[in-house]
Design a protein around this ligand. Structure first.
Ligand code: ADP
Ligand code: NI
Length: 217
């Protein structure tokens, strides 16, 4: 089995598993993260196939919608797809470890990742920022039945991982609990440059959002 075979088996599986998902973890999110990670890797290094596989598999068993152990589920998936033999155990274990720790989770998981894991983490976070990130946040909030904004609740600071995941704060709060924190958490220089532009766009967006809100009261 060639590396190209492994990559196309994984790509086909993930595409059919996530196509049409509506909370922002759809196939096209994975597609963008895989592309961004490949671009970042061109300047930052890392093994391109490992970057690609980590990106393709990173949201297959996300803790937000999958109740079991994501590491075990990924390992079972590698067996089911018949690709285990393509790499030594330590490579698969490294990929699984990175995927289990690259999510934001309120910013409370700061486990060190491999270079490939750091690159995919940057790409995943970039896709939560800017125009696409804004669209994903409101899509996620809508799917969860949340309000766009509620001035009576104001902006709430989240202090634990459990608190980050629970509750149903309005979606504008998500900018303050996550999206505006991402720029300063990029691992690679290539991602920092892209993050600056997306961060600035979110600030302009929020200024306009609040200006429109104020004009109505
Ligand atoms: P995490 O779930 O750890 O924040 P993800 O990358 O899995 O990170 O999040 C997936 C997408 O859903 C991102 O675009 C993220 O900003 C969005 N999202 C996650 N939680 C919320 C929330 N409470 N409100 C709005 N969007 C959210
Ligand atoms: Ni993701």
């Amino acid at each position: 089995m060639t590396p190209a075979d492994v990559s196309s088996i994984v790509r086909d599986h993930v595409r059919s598993a996530l196509l049409g998902e509506a909370t922002g973890h759809d196939w096209w999110h994975v597609f963008r993260v895989t592309g961004l990670a490949a671009k970042i890797s061109e300047t930052e290094g890392g093994d391109p196939l490992r970057v690609e596989l980590t990106a393709l598999l990173h949201d297959l068993f996300d803790e937000k919608f999958y109740d079991g152990d994501p590491g075990e589920a990924l390992s079972a998936c590698i067996d089911q797809l018949g690709i285990r033999e393509a790499f030594p155990d330590e490579v698969w274990n490294g990929i699984i470890f990175d995927i289990c720790h690259l999510g934001f989770k309120g910013g409370f998981d700061q486990t060190p990742l491999s270079l490939e894991g750091q690159i995919v983490q940057d790409a995943d976070r970039l896709d939560a920022m800017g125009a696409i990130g804004i669209a994903r946040a409101f899509a996620y909030g809508g799917a969860k039945g949340r309000e766009l904004y509620n001035p009576d609740e104001g902006i709430v600071t989240v202090t634990t991982a459990a608190e980050y995941r629970t509750g149903s704060r309005h979606t504008v709060n998500h900018f303050y609990e996550k999206l505006l924190l991402l720029r300063d958490r990029m691992n690679t220089n290539a991602a920092k440059t892209l993050a600056d532009q997306r961060h600035q766009f979110m600030e302009e967006y929020l200024a306009e959002f609040f200006a429109e809100w104020e004009s109505a009261v």
